[in-house]
Write a protein that binds this ligand. Structure first.
Ligand code: PEP
Length: 255
């Protein structure tokens, strides 16, 4: 049975002091729970803190993640961070196509697909985010939207598609305190799984995470769904106690 993947997305919230306390508390709590036995846990940190967090998590079961990667290999791309650079800092996971990047930085489906490809080429697992806006959901266009976003990634990544992670993140649920119900989330996860299955014989291997106001109270219900293989956790990953409770819920879902 595959382990759940619980990935924290710190977004642009961090400081040397806060990171130190948070990572130490998460590591201690993971040890006490024996989390390594039932979950893969990662924190996706702002790029300037990769070295700091790497020093804290190195040799531990906590994995290091990034929040974005350039779609270019190297060169004159001021401000960008390449996959090779992330890899040098021990990054194992990288979020790509987060709705905040699609919305505020104009990332298209094609750019997101290219980012997934370049991450894979450097041995980094992309966590590819897909999800509909409230307007799209209310217009009955959820399926069409997530399938279009996913199709671009499948098209560019071909047979490597079973190596990615997917995060279904309804945009209306991110940072809003509004969560998809377990049934709403499962419905979309199941259709994403079917779409992956049409492209690879190994669709069952792909972690499909739910993201959007996942917290200590709602995690267990979401993680109990058949096609929900973990969570991409924003706000609640900044509080060790909440993040640890979500990790514990993954253990209960596995057991
Ligand atoms: C996210 O940013 O990926 C996210 C899911 O945020 P939140 O948990 O705060 O809604």
């Amino acid at each position: 049975m595959k382990k759940n993947l619980i990935a924290g997305n710190w977004k642009m919230n961090a400081s040397l002091e806060a990171n130190d306390a948070l990572v130490r508390a998460v590591l201690a709590g993971m040890g006490a729970q024996g989390a390594d036995a039932f979950a893969t846990v990662a924190v996706c940190v702002p790029a300037p803190y990769l070295a700091q967090v790497r020093a804290l998590q190195s040799g531990s079961p906590l994995e290091l993640g990034a929040q974005d990667v350039s779609c270019h290999e190297q060169g004159a791309f001021t401000g960008e961070v390449s996959a090779a650079m992330l890899r040098e800092f021990g990054v194992r996971f990288c979020i790509v196509g987060h709705s905040e990047r699609r919305q505020y930085h104009g990332e298209t489906d094609a750019v997101v697909a290219q980012k997934a490809k370049i991450a894979l080429a450097h041995g980094i697992t992309p966590i590819v985010c897909v999800g509909e806006t409230l307007e799209e959901r209310e217009a009955g266009r959820t399926e069409e939207t997530v399938k279009r976003q996913m199709a671009a990634v499948i098209h560019v990544n071909g047979h490597c598609i079973s190596e990615i992670c997917v995060a279904y993140e309804p945009v209306w649920a991110i940072g809003t305190g509004r969560t998809a119900t377990p049934e709403q989330a499962q419905e979309v996860h199941a259709l994403l799984r079917r779409q992956l299955a049409a492209a690879t014989a190994h669709a069952e291997r792909v972690h499909i995470l739910y993201g959007g106001s996942m917290n200590a109270a709602n995690a267990a219900g979401l993680l109990a769904q058949g096609d929900i293989d973990g969570g991409l956790v924003g706000g609640a990953s900044l509080k060790a106690a909440d993040f640890l409770q979500i990790i514990a819920s993954a253990g209960r879902a596995a057991g």
